[in-house]
Design a protein around this ligand. Structure first.
Ligand code: NAP
Length: 260
C-alpha cells in the first residue's frame, strides 16, 4: 500500500524518543518530511541524523512546548523551511504523577501545561496551513483517560481532554476537510514507561503482572505498532476517518477480564 506521503511535511512533537521517534522514522521511511519538535537538542539531532543517514528527510526545532510562544515558533519554523504543513502529530507528554492528595493546585496547572496546552496551541497555530493542504491532526492519547491510574490527576485530565478535543476539532474542522483522530496506547516500552515503572515498589514484578494481563500475545505494544497506525491515519488512505479514538493496545483496555 502506497501511503503517498512524498514531500508532505509532518510536525512530530516529542519526536526524538519512544513513540514519537518511531513515528518520525516511519513517516520518513514512507517518504514524508519530518519536523521534530522536542526539548532536548541532542536527542532531536540524533534522530534527525539517523533519518537522514537512512535516506530520509528531517529537521528539528528545540523547544519546551509548555510555553505557548514556542508552539507558534515551531509552526513558523516548519513553514519558513518547507512552505507547507500536511500533518501535526501531538505526541509529547509525561505521566508526571500529580495526584489529588499528593499534588497541589500549582502542580496540577503545570501538568496541564506540559500535557495538554501545547496540543491546543500547536493545533491553533497550524490550522491556517492545514486548511491549505487539507492536512490532518493525529493526537496520541492514553488509556489513563478512560481507566484512571491513581495519583496522576494532571495527566489523566489532560488525556481525557485530548479525547474530547479529538471530537470537538473533528467537528470544527469539517468545513476544511481537515481530519482529526487519536491513537490511544496502553502499555508501550519507552523511556517514559521505564521511568514510570521504576517509581513503583517491585518494578520487575509489577511489569510481569501488567504484561500477563495484555490479552493479545501477553506482550507490550511496540512503539512501531503505534507509529504504523498513526502514519496510516495521517495518510490519504484513511481519507474518510475522522473524530476517532483508536485503541492500539492488544485488547488491554476493553476485552473480557476473564481472558486476563
Ligand atoms: P517518552 O519516551 O518520554 O518520549 C517523549 C518525548 O517527548 C521525549 O523526547 C520528551 O523529552 C519529549 N517531551 C515531553 N514533554 C515535552 C514538552 N513539554 N516539550 C517538549 N518535549 C517534550 O514518552 P512516550 O512513552 O514515547 O510517550 C509518548 C506519548 O504517548 C505521550 O503523550 C504519552 O502520554 C503517550 N502514552 C505512552 C504510553 C506508554 O506506554 N509509553 C502509554 C499511553 C500513552 P524528555 O526526554 O526531555 O522528557
Amino acid at each position: 500500500m502506497n501511503l503517498n506521503l512524498g514531500n508532505k511535511v509532518f510536525i512530530v512533537t516529542g519526536g526524538a524518543k519512544g513513540i514519537g521517534a518511531a513515528i518520525s522514522k516511519t513517516i520518513a521511511a514512507e517518504g514524508g518530511i519530518v519536523v521534530i519538535a522536542g526539548r532536548n537538542k541532542t536527542d532531536n539531532q540524533a534522530i534527525a541524523d539517523e533519518i537522514i543517514k537512512a535516506g530520509g528527510k528531517a529537521s528539528y526545532f528545540t523547544a519546551e512546548l509548555a510555553a505557548p510562544e514556542t508552539c507558534s515558533e515551531v509552526i513558523d519554523f516548519a513553514v519558513e523551511k518547507y512552505g507547507r504543513i500536511d500533518g501535526l502529530i501531538n505526541n509529547a507528554g509525561i505521566n508526571d504523577g500529580v495526584g489529588l492528595e499528593k499534588g497541589s493546585p500549582e502542580k496540577f496547572f503545570q501538568s496541564l501545561q506540559k500535557n495538554l496546552s501545547h496540543y491546543y496551541n500547536l493545533a491553533h497555530f497550524a490550522v491556517p496551513y492545514l486548511k491549505k493542504t487539507k492536512g490532518n491532526i493525529v493526537n496520541i492519547g492514553s488509556k489513563v483517560s478512560v481507566t484512571g491510574q491513581g495519583n496522576t490527576s494532571g495527566y489523566a485530565a489532560s488525556k481525557g481532554a485530548v479525547n474530547a478535543l479529538t471530537r470537538e476539532w473533528a467537528v470544527e474542522l469539517l468545513p476544511y476537510s481537515i481530519r482529526v483522530n487519536t491513537v490511544l496506547p496502553a502499555e508501550v516500552w519507552t523511556p517514559l514507561y521505564e521511568n514510570w515503572i521504576k517509581t513503583l515498589p517491585n518494578p520487575e514484578e509489577k511489569l510481569a503482572q501488567i504484561v500477563s494481563k495484555i490479552p493479545l500475545e501477553k506482550r507490550m505494544t511496540t512503539a512501531e505498532e503505534i507509529a504504523d497506525m498513526t502514519v496510516f491515519l495521517l495518510s490519504n488512505r484513511s481519507s474518510h476517518t475522522t473524530g476517532q479514538i483508536i485503541y492500539v493496545d492488544g485488547g488491554y483496555t476493553h476485552l473480557d477480564r476473564s481472558l486476563q
